[in-house]
Design a protein around this ligand. Structure first.
Ligand code: TRP
Length: 453
């Protein structure tokens, strides 16, 4: 091993690895984004397609990323330079670093809203408000030119600070304790939500599929979201994989992280949709869905005051453990490819992303007249990254491991010297070689009109 490799940070324990990867996966994607896009694309039908993508594409691509990272001991770009020197594969890394910029730019804005909702909760700002007033509270916040910008910058500052502290100290510690608390809060919210009058319509919406409602856009969003929610397709888990020690069992890590992520998204759905229907909110409300729905639930709950503070604190923390994993992709790239120090790399990445983030925030208000393909800048960043860059990145990552890496190397990395059963290994190879790339290609081609379903 070279000196450079020995000086790399590694995660401290087996649980630390799972905590960090799950911390990256579980975030605004599960609690903010999943309910609102499921709401737009028809509920249960979307949920089932999304679950199918998680199993058939998410699991194998996640394992592929970890294999690439741990084998190469490099960042998302450098990994391909090490494993496939002199080939264009490294451009997947560039795609990933670009996706990180776009994703974190709008992610920070939403996390900023969450901070504002902590403040509102502490001030008891939801009680005695009608559902209409709670809706206008959200609109007024997001359209304001100052407050959300300051909050977004604050969030980016905290993200940068944690990334400077470094992977091990910064990432492992927080996730371990907070994730279980988040699950408890979501269960509490779900129980309340399900017991509201009119809740059944929400449960039907979420669990009784009507596949006739499914559109090509819905399927593409389900695919994009499968990548987004598991933090796949842009090298986050290549980067994290490079910090995982050689004796970690990657397969069991992948399965545990995927289960945790999926359970939390479904719990968020159960907490939101019954309440959406009970309060007469439109499921197609869009990015404001949770911010508009949940305050109504809190202020009808015994202990709602405490619950709402806890919820938004945890949502913000969940956003942080994800945002640091996104920033880390850019920082590791700057650090290793341009020989920058961790601090300098973090400053540079944080400043550049924050500038894009300001544009995202303003695009909800003063810049809203400027649209691209009918989307404001915020939605554009989200759309390009989740529905285009991540699936394309995922496709190439799967093809790389399936076709170029070879069964022997895959076995060494995925099973720490061959413990993985032959059947499981063959199933994995089959998924990354054929199923994942073909499925992604079909969904993308359908979108651009090359195929028509
Ligand atoms: N998965 C996180 C969430 O659901 C967001 C995230 C972190 C992410 N790292 C990523 C999304 C990498 C795509 C790629 O909130």
């Amino acid at each position: 091993m070279s000196d450079k490799n020995q000086s790399r940070d590694t995660f401290g324990s087996k649980f630390g690895v799972i905590a960090a990867a799950a911390g990256s996966a579980v975030g605004l994607g599960n609690i903010w984004k999943f309910p609102y896009i499921a709401g737009i694309y028809g509920g249960a039908a979307f949920l089932f397609v999304y679950l199918a993508f998680i199993v058939a594409i998410g699991l194998p691509v996640m394992l592929s990323e970890l294999i690439i990272g741990r084998k190469s001991q490099r960042n998302a770009f450098g990994a391909f330079k090490v494993l496939a020197p002199g080939t264009p594969w490294k451009y997947i890394g560039i795609l990933g670093v670009s996706a990180a910029f776009l994703i974190l730019s709008f992610y920070g804005v939403v996390a900023g809203w969450s901070i504002q909702y902590i403040i509102l909760s502490v001030k008891d700002g939801f009680s005695s408000k009608s559902p209409e007033e709670i809706t206008s509270l959200f609109t007024a916040l997001t359209e304001s030119p100052v407050k959300p910008v300051i909050l977004q910058l604050t969030f980016m500052l905290i993200t940068g600070a944690i990334v400077i502290i470094g992977v091990k100290k910064g990432i492992e510690k927080y996730t371990k304790i907070l994730m279980p608390v988040l699950v408890v809060i979501l269960i509490g919210l779900s129980i309340k939500s399900v017991s509201l009058e009119g809740a059944k319509a929400g449960l039907d919406f979420l669990f009784k599929p009507d596949f006739s409602k499914l559109t090509g856009d819905g399927v593409l969003s389900a695919l994009g979201h499968a990548f987004f929610t598991l933090s796949l397709g842009m090298g986050t888990l290549i980067t994290y994989g490079s910090y995982i020690s050689k004796n970690n069992n990657l397969v069991s890590t992948v399965i545990q992280v995927t289960i945790a992520d999926t359970v939390i998204a479904i719990l968020a759905g159960i907490a939101i949709f019954p309440a959406v229907f009970a309060f007469g909110i439109a499921p197609t409300e869009g990015p404001g869905l949770i911010f508009i729905t949940l305050p109504n639930v809190f202020h009808q709950m015994p202990g709602g005051f405490v619950f709402s503070i806890l919820f938004f604190v945890l949502l913000t923390v969940a956003a942080l453990t994800s945002s640091i994993s996104i920033l880390e992709v850019v920082v590791a790239y700057f650090k290793e490819e341009f020989n920058m120090g961790r601090k300098g790399a973090t400053y540079l990445a944080t400043i550049l992303i924050s500038i894009l983030g300001v544009l995202c925030s303003l695009s909800m208000g003063v810049l809203s007249p400027y649209t691209f393909f009918g989307l404001n800048f915020f939605d554009l960043m989200d759309w390009i990254s989740a529905n285009l860059l991540l699936p394309i990145g995922g496709l190439f990552i799967a093809v790389f491991v399936g076709w170029f890496f070879g069964r022997k190397k895959v076995r060494e990395e995925s099973a720490n010297g061959g413990k993985l059963s032959g059947v499981a290994l063959s199933a994995f190879i089959f998924l990354v070689k054929f199923i994942a790339p073909i499925a992604i290609a079909i969904v993308l081609m359908n979108k651009v009109g090359l195929l028509n379903f």
